[in-house]
Design a protein around this ligand. Sequence first.
Ligand SMILES: Cc1cc2nc3c(=O)[nH]c(=O)nc-3n(C[C@H](O)[C@H](O)[C@H](O)COP(=O)(O)OP(=O)(O)OC[C@H]3O[C@@H](n4cnc5c(N)ncnc54)[C@H](O)[C@@H]3O)c2cc1C
Length: 412
Amino acid sequence: MTDTGQTQEHQIVVVGAGAAGTSVAASLLRQQPGLDVAIVEPSDIHYYQPAFTLVGGGAYSLAKTARPQAQTLPTGARWVRAAVADLQPEKNTLTLSDGRTLGYQILVLAPGLKLDWDAVDGLREAIGRNGVCSNYDPSLAEYTWQCLQAFRGGKALFTQPSTPIKCAGAPQKIAYLAADYVRRKWLADNSKLKFYSGGSALFSVADFVPPLTQVAKRYNVALLMNHNLIAVNGARREATFRFTNSAGETTDVTETFDMLHVTPPQCAPDFIRNSSLANEGGWVDVDQHTLQHVRHDNVFSLGDASSLPTSKTAAAIRKQSPVAAANILTRLADKPLEAHYDGYTSCPVVTGYGKVMLAEFIYGGKVTPTLPLSPFKESRFYWQVKKRGLPPFYFDYMLKGKEGDLAHKAIG
Ligand SMILES: Cc1cc2nc3c(=O)[nH]c(=O)nc-3n(C[C@H](O)[C@H](O)[C@H](O)COP(=O)(O)OP(=O)(O)OC[C@H]3O[C@@H](n4cnc5c(N)ncnc54)[C@H](O)[C@@H]3O)c2cc1C
């Protein structure tokens, strides 16, 4: 690190110490322990977000998802405990919310995404009370479980917005857990469960739509596509959806509910969206294989904030991080980039207590399982993997920058 007047200079500045920022910084420092890496991160706690679904379903404790940031940050990285407010890529600098400036040779953008609660009228006021819950925020996930336990029959609604979201399967997972819970409590006969999605398909990869539709059918969960949640009135327990038909005409529909699980609309963080590094959608504009910015060759991005055209998951980051680390080290050495990311992502779709359908795929929606098990069948083994295997794998392996991995292969 050097201090040039007001600007603190680092070889590498990583923005965000979530799944992506931590794993790539750890990998870099593992390979070259002498590197000068600063990580800008305002939060004291690191959450393992993939378990939030299980917390909402009462199958995992929230406390187990959280670790002090000081414990998960890689050894040798300098923690800059602040938020980035503004980027100046043409000067290789960024400004922090406390006014300090950092300079860099390489910038890695991994600040995740923003949950846009204000994009739905009345949602911010309604959330966390009157049966309106969400697994998307750690302060709310336990309330989902309270709502489920308080449910005595009636109407339970589950929403998915039309924006990109992290873990596109998560809105369905809680619907299936709730349906299984209702069945086990003998409440199914006097309950109506409805899944409202702003999208036109139940899942982004067509091969998974038929088996997931079968799961919804089995539980009698009604599937309503092209319905975007636009307003919530918690006190009156009413949710309003905007339905768009194939001709683009819209109709607003208001439903009453006893329980409403909301997946909020999501977008890139403001300081990314307002910068020259964003693409049209607001995400960091990177090459989909090298993870290098398309206009600034000393900027890289991975994880939820990036423009990578794949499903936003921690599993995707597990495969992105080694590619980003390799290409950053190559760029520092002024050599041509060689590491390529194939778009791998995976979504363990929880289809009930003790059941998971593991969707693994790469760019182009090609299904690529890691293990020789049918990806289209619900599995007890994958439930155990999700609940017991992946959390320690995440904290003790992935966040430590360890990269040895099983290969995924296309089927058929
Ligand atoms: C309910 C739910 C279920 C999920 N299920 C799964 C699953 O089953 N499998 C799976 O693989 N993935 C799942 N995910 C998705 C997965 O958790 C995310 O894709 C992953 O955590 C994204 O990592 P990230 O590092 O890009 O962002 P994050 O992990 O969100 O980290 C971003 C970090 O950047 C920091 N930051 C934000 N703004 C700034 C700023 N201005 N300056 C500096 N730092 C900043 C934040 O404090 C945060 O620490 C799920 C997520 C949710 C919410």
